[in-house]
Structures are given as C-alpha cells and as structure tokens.
Design a protein. Sequence first.
Length: 203
Amino acid sequence: MPVKSRYNKVKRQRKTDDAEEQWFAPAMWSDKRSEICRAAVNSVDKVARDLEQRWGIGKLEELASPQLAVDFERARQNFSDAANGDDHNYLVRKANNLIEGWKALEAQAIKNGHSPDDAEVWYAIAPEDVGEYTFAIVKNGSDAAVVDRNKYPRVYSLDEVARIIHNFENSMIRKAKEVFPNSTITKIGDNTNKEPLNDPIPF
C-alpha cells in the first residue's frame, strides 16, 4: 500500500462505480518497485516535516513570491499525481523536484530577511487515526505566546507533555519502552467496561 504523506498531501485517487467508492493502488506499490516508491515519499515527507516544524505549517508558502508559490504548488500536485501513477522513475523525479521546491521556499524566505521563530516551537499534524489536527509543542511555557492560536489551537509545553504522559502511562507501557527501546505506540485501546487484561507479560 502507498505511504500516505501527512506533510505533503499525497492524495489517493478514487474511482467510483454504481455500488461504492473504491480506490485502486497502482501496481508499483505492491511489486518489487514498492520500496523505491516508499523511499521517495518518505524522503520528501522528512524534508517537509523538518521545515514545517521549524517555520510553521504553511508559513513558507505564505512568504513565497507569487511565482514561486505557484511553481511549488504545481510541484506538489505533480508529486501527488506521480504517487498515484505506475511509473516509479517518474515518482522519484517528482520527489526530487518537490524537495528542491521546499529548499527554494526556505532560501527565498531567508533572502527576504525572514527567520524561524526565536522561540523553540515544534509544529506538527497529528496522525490520521486521531484526527490530523494541527498542534504545537513549545520548550518553555512562555514560548507559547509566539504561536498563532488560529492555526495551532492546541499548544503544549514540554512540562505539560510530561504530565500528560505520566497521567496515561501505565507500568506495562513503561516496561515495554524499557525492554523494547525502539518500539512505537501506534494505538491506545479503550478497555472501558471490558474484562480485565490478565494475559501474561512476556518479560
């Protein structure tokens, strides 16, 4: 299955029939070319994520000249179309084009005298399974004042993040992180009104 890019708006093209709306993954996402395709999408997403965490979501596009903004949006659309096609070489070329587009946005912003916020702020988009809302995390509580609350209504300091983790984290999660340091939390289940979890812990 194709990598869904949170930061580059790769959209799946859908085809409709009389029964239901369906989406058909191009063959390149399931054959021997799939790893190349995923690598291309992930590389673009990494550049986009780093820049948007540093500058803010949508900020570089706002600072761009009209021509650069148009060229960048065209590159982003071409990349999205390529991800829904079946030519992995074309996808790689469009991935490289979009990466260059991101770099051009930042270069022009700096050339015009702009700079990222002095405060240490991480801008992000939540994963799809929890709503893909925008939020920001600041190093210190005082840094929250620089965040545009219209774009980022949820702002947390590192101290707040620590308290939130402490509140929901149980001994099993802590132990899992200790024993499997590279593990990642992908879902938090709701055990409300269910039988107690009495399965043995494998450690």
